[in-house]
Ligand binder design. Structure first.
Ligand code: ACO
Length: 448
């Protein structure tokens, strides 16, 4: 199979959200802390009728319908998620009724999980399958689905929720440059979920930021080495038209891109001009460790990076700023934002993606665009995802309502024997929702 990659995409996020400006005031945080300090505009969350299973059902059904894909044509289904609703039964199995209905139960794959990285693991599994000798000629389907919720405190505004479905196959408009891929994996306690009775993570915020940036550096070094070996010339961010990051909150994306530019400065990349060199020179002697702590370096490199950030990164920031951290779906929601904003103009261009999951696992990889053919074309992906309309038709909830809902969800997490309020008034037609969890913890869903 040639040019294996992403043929089609669909994104779903809950219609319920809260403005960061409103949450900031409610939490008694200083004005601008969430909007400028974290760089976030709005945050989506599941109401009591939605969860990672209903969101993934909605995304998968919508993708199959809108691109006219016969469910029999799916040979592998992989789900990435870090939201645990069952310690054994995979989310993938909850999606099987969509396929069984059409007589297709011959579908490989289960769930992958490691913080925000599971979606990337699922994606690689599907791409590798299509490229392998066990491929049976059918499509792969990847689903990233998460509800990111944090306990009250500084991490709460970095929540979010979404599901993304991606169809994988050959001759894709978004094809993998499979040789250009570098990973960094290590053991860290930056963000983890050891308390099985709680949906909330234990998080060391500062450490998680540093781990993220160290992983980024390591992946970028490995990526550049592989590129240089293959192409016989140096790689710098000028060789990528766009760079898309896992996006816990936008400020970290700004810092990350600046970090890549600083890496390029250190290896004397030609696009760094004299004025920029002068600004960054005072930091060239810092040790790696010191460089992560230096606020001045952060400021100087962000300044130097700004024009490049606006061109290469900003187009991918829309959905993550509007929806929040979607964990496994965050990177792909950023990627969806890029496609939404740039559409067919991406044909012929290269995008570099950086995936990070705490604990920690990370990979940097490269994709190439072509326009593709109907229904699997860049322009059709833009119209199916319909991002502007989905963002516009959301409903803002008051902070008190949001806090009450978080309390209800805390209480219900891991629980049984309850029915939801079945209030679907805010959901779009075709959205799946949770109706009941019975006395044996079995979950029941319906479609609006
Ligand atoms: N106006 C403008 N900026 C402000 C204001 C204000 N009034 N007040 C604070 N800020 C800035 C701070 O200067 C800081 O920016 P900087 O990093 O550029 O200096 C930023 O707002 C955040 O404020 P802090 O006090 O540094 O951090 P806080 O205690 O609010 O915690 C954190 C932020 C660590 C991101 C927290 O929300 C968290 O733990 N989130 C979850 C972990 C996470 O997302 N980690 C990322 C990688 S791992 C993953 O994907 C889950």
């Amino acid at each position: 199979a040639k040019n294996v990659g992403i043929l089609a995409m669909e994104i779903y996020f809950p219609p319920t959200c809260i403005q960061q400006e409103v949450l900031e005031a409610h939490d008694g945080a200083s004005k601008g802390k969430y909007t400028i300090g974290l760089g976030q505009d709005c945050m989506a969350f599941c109401s009591e009728v939605e969860d990672v299973i209903s969101m993934s059902m909605t995304a998968v059904t919508s993708l199959l319908e809108k691109y006219g894909v016969d469910p029999k044509q799916i040979g592998r289904l992989e789900v990435g998620s870090e939201t645990v609703l069952d310690k054994s039964k995979s989310i993938k199995t909850f999606l099987m009724p969509i396929f069984e209905k059409c007589g297709n139960s011959d579908i490989e794959g289960v769930d992958s999980s490691n913080a925000c990285y599971g979606g990337t693991a699922a994606l690689f599994n599907c791409v590798n399958w299509v490229e392998s000798s066990s491929w049976d000629g059918r499509y792969g389907l990847v689903v990233c689905t998460d509800s990111a919720v944090y306990a009250e405190g500084p991490a709460r505004p970095t929540g979010g929720a979404a599901a993304i479905a991606m169809l994988i196959g050959p001759n894709a408009p978004i094809a993998f440059e499979s040789k250009l891929r570098a990973s960094h994996m290590a053991h860290a306690y930056d963000f983890y979920k050891p308390d099985l009775a709680s949906e909330y993570p234990v998080v060391d915020g500062k450490l998680s930021q540093t781990c993220y940036l160290m992983a980024l550096d390591a992946c970028y070094k490995g990526f550049c080495q592989k590129y240089e070996k293959q192409e016989g010339k140096q790689f710098s961010v000028s060789d990528a038209d766009y760079i898309v990051f896992h996006s816990p909150y936008n400020k970290l994306v700004q810092k990350s891109f600046a970090r890549l530019v600083f890496n390029d400065f250190v290896k004397n990349a030609s696009y760094i001009d004299e004025a920029a060199k002068e600004k960054l020179a005072p930091f060239s002697s810092l040790s790696n460790e010191e460089s992560y702590q230096s606020r001045d370096l952060e400021k100087a490199s962000q300044q130097v990076a700004k024009p490049f950030y606006d061109a290469k990164v900003q187009p991918s920031t829309l959905i993550p700023k509007q929806v929040g951290n979607m964990y496994t779906a965050s990177l792909y929601a950023a990627f969806a934002s890029l496609i939404h904003n740039k559409g067919s103009s991406l044909a012929g261009q290269r995008v570099i993606l950086f995936s990070y999951g705490s604990g920690l696992t990370s990979t940097m990889f490269s994709l190439r665009f072509t326009e593709g053919e109907q229904p699997f074309s860049l322009s059709n992906i833009v119209s199916v995802m319909n991002v502007s309309e989905k963002l516009k038709s959301r409903h803002e909830l008051a902070p008190e309502k949001f806090v009450d809902l978080m309390k209800l969800m805390e209480h219900r997490y891991g629980g049984k024997d309850f029915v939801t309020n079945k209030d679907t008034s805010l959901l779009a037609p075709g959205t799946y929702y949770l109706t009941e969890v019975d006395s044996k913890y079995r979950r029941f869903y319906a479609k609006k």
